[in-house]
Design a protein around this ligand. Structure first.
Ligand code: PLP
Length: 413
């Protein structure tokens, strides 16, 4: 690319034979863990991406709730390129202005009490891995048990994997990390029976994304807060997917309808925080910090990387400047109402722009997602009978309308 050429000028006029070659190359040189790629995506702009053959897609998944500002938002591109031209990486022996500015911004949007602290890493699983280690430290030998919920997804590194509920993700790696107990979803009595003076922490996603976008029954988070506080255990909220304005609040637990006004001990964030640059954050609230990790007990080379932090700051500032909290709430409510009237849709779950479309019996989410892709819409068949939508927060009703028009036909098949 020349100095004056922008990313959107990159030649994307590749044909389908090039695309086939790329897929062959993929299976020759890359790990098979993600299965065969469905598309070769070569360019993105706003809410759209283009494949190698030049076909346009409306991106209703945003890299799984990552591209909060859409693709190549000018503020995000400017922040990254400016920072890359200023200071790209330093070790954690030092600090840099973007790291401090992003941490300060997180303190501000979360309205954190003094003593609270941010630990930066590179992904959601690492954010939870740090929280896991904090829970182990807080519990000491006396409190060996960490509780997670059925349906939970907390990541794939060994500690986070232990918290993830799906047995097929965990079992190939047995014996795994000991001490994690999964309790039934939405069951306050089961929670009350499980939390006691052997509990180091309870990990909860305010909205369970990977199980099909599921919120907890009313009163559940309040009960979790009271039970953990009474037992002297930590309450960790995993906001990796639900945070960073995804639900129309900065973090989902700040929405009174979801979080019921509770204040957790630890919040984990990633995905939308970098808007497409890798970053994770483990945020300890108030004096939770004092009993957790000490100097030298945890670390990562790239955590707090100036470019990722500059990207994160651009994401949070743009959400503010473009009024995206209100926009996400309003667009999400409108979208939910539109979806609810569609034949074959039994229920629409979630809040803001994190929605689950529950299909009536006999419908196969995977087949519908494949037809949608063919028609130029990226959606996610998150379970056998649910589609997940997590579009860029900048998406408009006008951009969503063609999808809503096509959806009945895509469902009918
Ligand atoms: N926690 C939640 C709630 C998630 O949704 C995810 C990813 O989907 C993770 C943790 C893991 O994040 P990452 O894939 O960045 O490691």
């Amino acid at each position: 690319m020349s100095d004056t050429q922008s990313s959107s000028d990159v030649d994307t006029n590749t044909d389908s034979s090039t695309s086939q070659t790329w897929r062959d190359d993929f299976s020759r040189v890359l790990s098979p863990v993600f299965g065969a790629p469905q598309l070769d995506i070569v360019r993105g702009q706003g809410t759209k991406v283009w494949d190698a053959a030049g076909k346009e897609y409306l991106d209703l998944l945003a890299g799984i709730a990552v591209n909060a500002l859409g693709h190549c938002h000018p503020a995000w591109v400017k922040a990254i390129t400016t920072q890359a031209g200023t200071l790209g990486h330093i070790s954690n022996f030092f600090t840099s202005p973007p790291q401090i500015a992003l941490a300060e911004k997180l303190h501000e949007v979360l309205d954190l009490p003094s003593g609270s602290a941010v630990f930066f890493s590179n992904s959601g699983t690492e954010a939870n891995e740090a929280a896991f280690k904090m829970a182990r430290r807080a519990g000491g030998g006396e409190r060996p048990i960490i509780i997670a919920i059925e349906g939970a997804f907390h990541g794939r590194t060994m500690g986070s994997l232990a918290l993830t509920a799906k047995a097929t993700y965990r079992e190939p790696f047995a014996p795994g990390v000991p001490g994690v107990v999964h309790i039934p979803y939405g069951d306050v009595e089961a929670l009350a029976a499980a939390v006691n003076d052997t509990t180091a922490a309870v990990f909860i996603e305010p909205i369970q994304g990977e199980v099909g976008v599921r919120t907890h029954p009313a009163g559940y988070l309040t009960a979790a807060r009271e039970l953990t506080r009474d037992a002297g255990a930590l309450l960790v909220l995993d906001e990796v997917q639900s945070g960073v304005a995804r639900t129309g609040s900065w973090f989902a637990h700040q929405d009174p309808n979801i979080g019921e006004g509770i204040v957790p001990d630890i919040i984990t964030s990633a995905k939308g925080l970098g808007g497409g640059m890798p970053i994770g954050a483990t945020i300890t609230v108030g004096d939770a910090n004092t009993k957790l990790l000490e100097a030298g007990q945890h670390g990562t080379t790239f955590g707090g990387n100036p470019i990722s932090c500059a990207a994160g700051l651009a994401v949070l500032e743009t959400i503010e400047n473009e009024n995206l909290l209100a926009h996400t709430r309003e667009t999400g409510e409108w979208l939910k109402a539109q979806l609810q009237g569609i034949d074959g849709v039994v229920n629409v779950t979630g809040t803001g722009l994190l929605l689950g479309i529950e299909l009536s019996p006999g419908h196969d989410a995977k087949a519908i997602a494949a037809r949608a892709l063919e028609a130029g819409f990226i959606v996610n068949p998150v379970t056998a009978d649910r589609l997940r939508l997590a579009p860029p927060l900048i998406i408009t009703q006008e951009e969503l309308t063609p999808f809503l028009t096509a959806l009945p036909g895509l469902i009918a098949g």
